[in-house]
Design a protein around this ligand. Sequence first.
Ligand SMILES: Nc1ncnc2c1ncn2[C@@H]1O[C@H](COP(=O)(O)OP(=O)(O)OP(=O)(O)O)[C@@H](O)[C@H]1O
Ligand SMILES: O=C(O)[C@H](O)CO
Length: 475
Amino acid sequence: MSVQVLKEIFTKSVESVQPQNLITKQVSVSSGHLTVCGHTYPLHKPCYVVGFGKAVLGMALELEKLLKDKLKMGVVTVPKGIFENLEIQSSIKFIEGARNNIPDEEALSGALEIKALVESLEKDDLLIVLISGGGSALLPLPRPPVTLTEKQNLIRELSTRGADILELNCVRKQISVLKGGGLAELAFPSRVISLILSDVVGDPLDFIASGPTTPNCDNGKDAITIINKYKCYEGLSAAMRAVLGQKRENCYFPPVKDGKYEHVDNFVIGNNQIAAEAARQHAASFGFQSTIISTSVTGNVAQISQIYADLARTICNSSSKQTLKDFLETCGLCVDPSAVDTLISFDLAKEICVIAAGEPTVVVNGSGKGGRNQQLALELSVRLNKLNIKSADISFLSAGTDGIDGPTDAAGAIGTSDLVNNSLEENIKPDDYLNNNDSYTFYSKYLQGEHLIKIGHTGTNVMDIHVMLIKPKRK
Ligand SMILES: Nc1ncnc2c1ncn2[C@@H]1O[C@H](COP(=O)(O)OP(=O)(O)OP(=O)(O)O)[C@@H](O)[C@H]1O
Ligand SMILES: O=C(O)[C@H](O)CO
């Protein structure tokens, strides 16, 4: 029963951040004006749209419906294969590229078309930029003489050595023409409005899709420091080293005020806070005492799974509310103080649903098949088993809102406090699979795959959702 409930909570969460719904909620066009998040812009003449990311297709189509004849021209890059079984009528040019998030020649050609459109704009033109996760790979344009292959190799090497998204995008900004504010600079002096679906913890505008419409606040040496941290500098070409060493041109043009370009307005129209709140509301509809403890979960899956296991034990075994309060304030999850007060106000003898969101990391050493969400659910199950909590049944869902977890067709998986015992009856040992980063194979075998979350590409992407359900056992 908990498995189905968790899957339903996750589904509602993903629905809440569907790009087309976010556009209709926050964007409108009437009597010759465009209104975005309450800000109004005159549409003196038809405007232009560019976009790039795993979730911009829905945004582009919904925006086109709103703009109608007020849309002059659009170029949008989307992941290869996104149009399978899709029939769309649109005047926007969609260019597919970057299969599996790896920038390729098609994505490069799309970036060049976007650049050409942006460079053609004039002072009284309006450019709407659609940005979502996966945008970096869909807007590749290395600074000459760096080649696309050199850029791909460097980013892939950094990623497999454990660099996180902020480190990867710091390097991307330094070696790209359009990232790190480059797109906005080329668009100047036209007016630019960015509609952003955030897939980075804390919604940092200069790192989401490597911040093409936000000034690059990194200093020129940050990228080299990161490359040295992961011991990748030695293998770089002379061209790459030269571009990495380049000082950024005059960073006071176009005019920048309070960390933003004066000709640009950036709007985050969707993020994991919206998704987490939808999950919390749906959990509450089942009668569970529900709260969101964090939307900025980062760190290694091994560390996060231990924190969640300790949280479950603290809730189940809390001798006093103070014990739970002390744990929440020191556990390392950056739990919001209001969430601490909410959680300690709960009746610990009744069902509790704890929700979190973010993007942990996994350093993959094994040869197995899996993803960080599947690994987290399995690792938590093993840790819960070791704690041997007898007073409650605990179940835990971890899944990516884009529907794809690692190189698998699953979005994530569900772990439980009795998973280890159940799996022994099926003669499959979780540790054997964990040690080989083979969580997908485990879950495919366990209970005929019932604990895998399979929903296909969702068309959105606001990182991962974690839902823990604690159901006290009847005494
Ligand atoms: N066998 C595996 N087991 C566990 N984790 C894995 C495995 N293979 C890959 N991963 C993790 O999956 C991550 C890639 O996940 P995914 O393909 O969902 O992209 P992403 O990071 O979510 O990108 P985006 O934000 O664009 O969706 C890798 O960084 C790696 O840490
Ligand atoms: O494309 C990217 O850079 C990542 O998805 C972060 O936004």
